[in-house]
Structures are given as structure tokens and as C-alpha cells.
Design a protein around this ligand. Structure first.
Ligand SMILES: Nc1ncnc2c1ncn2[C@@H]1O[C@H](COP(=O)(O)OP(=O)(O)OP(=O)(O)O)[C@@H](O)[C@H]1O
Length: 372
């Protein structure tokens, strides 16, 4: 396939859609004139919906037991932007079913900055992909910004992905188009939002300044460092002013100094824009810079840590009194719908519990679990 260009330069340096580039996923949509046009779904692999990568996802029956409110009336609590209730995701390969999420319960408030951690294969990316509308849940409830993701049609999901969520991936090849400059890359998602009438060049410029790349706006990805490319990716994710920023291992491919810079950028954007940010990470230093960390084990939330003070307050503590990381958070185990609780291996070891039989008592209103 020849190296076609997605955008043609205009006089004022803005760009306009021309042809779709090699490797870019497209989807047929109808434009306002009733003509068929190609819609670029930024950063997504449409095949994932089909489960063709490593297995076919078991889809929820859209008629079965779901609220039918894709638009219209708000669903869920006013304070939560995301509500997952008994969320299940099953992938089906030829002869095996993998239960990636096993009844996950999680509420996320508007404006939270949080991290999702957990061992490899625990279901972190699956959760992110479902919140991002890239995959459909198999069972349970998933409300985002008052809408039921189960009840959305494919077309509504495309709109949802364009307006409600922005993605940052670990691999920059998934975030950036290599033959476009930084400022062209940031404008791409805006051209697929037909309602967007603002000056796209100006907005892209503003976003690149926000992420500290004002001197790189005309650079191509190959002329930028990994950290700079990742910052362009964040600007792209913010292009259509989403309510939620989803980042899957955003610091996985950069050194610790760059990782720190990206962590600080997430915090700054969260404070300045009030955007909800969810980061899947193995990077414990990143997990320490957010307001809440939830740990997934076997497709369920097992524990969560809530930072006691804001990051800023903790940094002030650090420079004045010294800072004990042990005092910085409260740790909770999560009771699921069936009142089951997971206890971390560290806690079991600290309590000397080494068998699967324990004594459970209620003493002075406290549940005490001890070695039998
Ligand atoms: N498309 C798919 N087809 C079949 N199984 C899948 C698919 N995607 C994920 N899985 C399985 O679902 C489970 C959860 O995977 P997921 O990628 O969500 O884990 P993760 O916690 O993000 O792991 P990692 O930290 O390694 O990225 C794993 O057992 C994985 O093999």
C-alpha cells in the first residue's frame, strides 16, 4: 500500500481529512449530508470488539436484564462518573473460556485521579477497555457518566469513544501517526468530531503548551524522545475534551525521570481541568502519586488505598517535617456482593495465618480473624 496522507495542509497550517492512512482503523458512518464517510476511531482496534486477537469475547445479550437508557435519563448516582456493578467479562477461545472479570464492583467519582494495579492477567486492561467502550461487558452493570454502556448501539459507542473518553497507550505506535507533526497529530481526533467548530490548530497548540511541548509543535514523532511522544499522546487524548482520560501503562516504556514528569503532568491536568484520570500501571511510584489505588486480583477489586491528604499537602509535609509513607494512606479490603473479602498475603503472613482455616469472631464491634 502506498504511503498516503491522512491530512492535506491548509494555508493557515491547519489540516483537513483527505484519505485514511495505512494501518488506521476506520468505520463507515453517515455524515450530515447523508453521504457515507469513513470515520476514524482514534486509537482503537476494531478487531478487539470481535475478539479476534486471541479469542472471541462472549457478548452480553443487549435485551437481557439491562436498563435501556443509552441516552436520555441519567442512570446511577450523581457523584459517580463510573459505576461497575458485578461486572463480568468472559473471553471465549476455541475450547476455553477465560473469565477476565469476575463480578467486579467499582465506583469512581467525578474528578478522581486513580490507579489500577494488579498482577499480570488480573484483568486491568480488560476493565480499562470496557470503560473505554472498546469491548462490551458479558454481564453486570456498567454506567459511565450516567449512561448504560450495555444499552448503547455500535454507533452510540463510536460517539461515546469520541466525546467521553480519551486513551493513552504504552506503545507510541498506537498513539501517534508517524508521518504527522505533533500539532497535526493532536488535530486528528478533532476532525472526526463533526460538532467541533472551534479553531483546531489553536486548540492543538494550547494542548501542546499545556503538556510542555510548545517548542516541539512541528516535530515528527521520530524527532522526539519517548517522554515527549507520550506527552503528545496525552494532548491527543485530550483533543475532544473528554470527561475521562484512560491510560494503560503510560510510563511502561520510559525511564524513571521521564516517568516522574508524566506522573506530574497527569496530576496537573487533573487539578487544572478537573478531568477524571484512570491509570493502569505496574509502576508503584506512579501509584503513589494518585488519590486512590485499587488492586485487582482474579478479576475483582481486592484492596484499595486512599491517600489521606492531597498530593500537594503530602509534598509540603515532605519538605517540612519529613514524610512517612506508612502514614500516607489508609488501606481497605473490599467486601464483594456475597460478603467475601480478600486478605493480602502480606497481612496473612503478618498475622501468622498459614492454613485455609481461620477463626472469625466479633469483639467490641470488630471482626477479628485469627489463626485457628
Ligand atoms: N482478547 C482476549 N481473548 C482471550 N483472552 C483474553 C483476551 N484479552 C485478555 N484475555 C485474558 O483475560 C485475562 C485478563 O487480561 P488483561 O489483559 O485484562 O490483564 P492485565 O491485568 O491487564 O494484564 P497485564 O498486566 O499483563 O497487561 C487474562 O487471562 C488474559 O489472558
Amino acid at each position: 500500500m502506498s504511503d498516503k496522507h491522512l491530512f492535506r495542509k491548509k494555508k493557515n497550517d491547519a489540516v483537513e481529512p483527505e484519505t485514511i492512512a495505512p494501518g488506521v482503523e476506520t468505520q463507515d458512518m453517515e455524515n450530515t449530508d447523508g453521504q457515507e464517510t469513513q470515520e476514524f476511531v482514534y486509537g482503537m482496534d476494531l478487531q478487539e470488539d470481535e475478539g479476534t486477537d486471541s479469542g472471541k469475547a462472549v457478548e452480553a445479550d443487549p435485551e437481557a436484564g439491562t436498563d435501556k437508557e443509552a441516552g436520555g435519563e441519567r442512570l446511577g448516582s450523581e457523584e459517580n462518573i463510573i459505576e461497575c456493578d458485578s461486572l463480568v467479562k468472559i473471553y471465549k477461545t476455541d475450547d476455553v473460556e477465560v473469565m477476565a472479570l469476575q463480578g467486579l464492583e467499582l465506583n469512581i467519582k467525578y474528578g478522581e485521579l486513580m490507579a489500577v494495579i494488579g498482577k499480570s492477567g488480573s484483568g486491568k486492561s480488560t476493565l480499562l477497555n470496557m470503560i473505554g467502550g472498546l469491548e462490551r461487558p458479558t454481564a453486570g452493570k456498567l454506567y459511565v457518566d450516567g449512561k448504560d454502556l450495555f444499552a448503547m448501539t455500535d454507533k452510540e459507542l463510536v460517539e461515546y469513544r469520541k466525546h467521553t473518553v480519551g486513551f493513552v497507550w504504552q506503545k507510541n505506535s498506537r498513539n501517534l501517526l508517524p508521518y504527522m507533526t505533533a500539532i497535526e497529530n493532536v488535530q486528528v481526533p478533532m476532525y472526526f468530531d463533526k460538532s467541533n467548530k472551534e479553531d483546531k490548530y489553536a486548540r492543538a497548540h494550547d494542548l501542546l503548551c499545556r503538556v510542555g511541548l510548545e517548542d516541539k509543535i512541528n516535530s515528527y514523532p521520530s524527532q522526539m524522545s519517548g517522554g515527549e511522544q507520550q506527552r503528545v499522546a496525552i494532548a491527543i487524548a485530550l483533543a475532544n475534551n473528554p470527561k475521562i482520560l484512560l491510560a494503560d501503562e503510560p510510563t511502561g516504556a520510559v525511564d524513571s525521570k521521564t516517568s516522574n514528569m508524566i506522573q506530574d503532568l497527569f496530576r496537573k491536568l487533573n487539578e487544572e481541568l478537573g478531568i477524571t484520570i484512570i491509570i493502569v500501571t505496574h509502576d508503584i511510584s506512579l501509584a503513589n502519586k494518585v488519590g486512590r489505588v485499587v488492586m485487582i486480583a482474579d478479576g475483582k477489586i481486592s484492596t484499595e488505598k486512599i491517600m489521606k491528604e492531597s498530593y500537594k499537602d503530602r509534598m509540603n509535609e515532605l519538605t517540612t517535617d519529613g514524610f512517612s509513607s506508612d502514614d500516607s494512606h489508609e488501606e481497605f479490603s473490599i467486601l464483594d456482593k456475597a460478603n467475601r473479602v480478600q486478605i493480602s498475603p502480606d497481612m496473612l503472613a503478618a498475622a501468622g495465618i498459614d492454613s485455609n482455616k481461620v477463626k472469625v469472631q466479633v469483639v467490641d464491634g470488630k471482626v477479628i480473624i485469627t489463626k485457628e
